[in-house]
Design a protein around this ligand. Structure first.
Ligand SMILES: [Zn+2]
Length: 71
């Protein structure tokens, strides 16, 4: 069965995200790990909200954050 990326209309086979959004998601989780190491505990959701409000956050990453916050 054909599926679509959770964050855009690109077709995907197995994964939740297309190539671009999967990359953005990987960046996001890496960033989260570094954040926790540097500043201590922050919940995944709080982290996502924080990034969503930052101008520096890329558009691909913001697409992923919106999906993750819904889930
Ligand atoms: Zn996508």
């Amino acid at each position: 069965m054909e599926k679509k990326c959770f964050a855009c209309a690109r077709k995907v086979s197995m994964s939740k995200y297309c190539f671009y959004h999967a990359q953005a998601f990987d960046n996001l989780t890496e960033h989260y790990k570094r954040w926790v190491e540097a500043y201590g505990t922050i919940s995944w959701r709080d982290f996502l909200y924080k990034l969503l409000q930052m101008n520096e956050t890329g558009i691909w990453v913001k697409d992923v954050i919106v999906v993750e916050l819904k889930g």
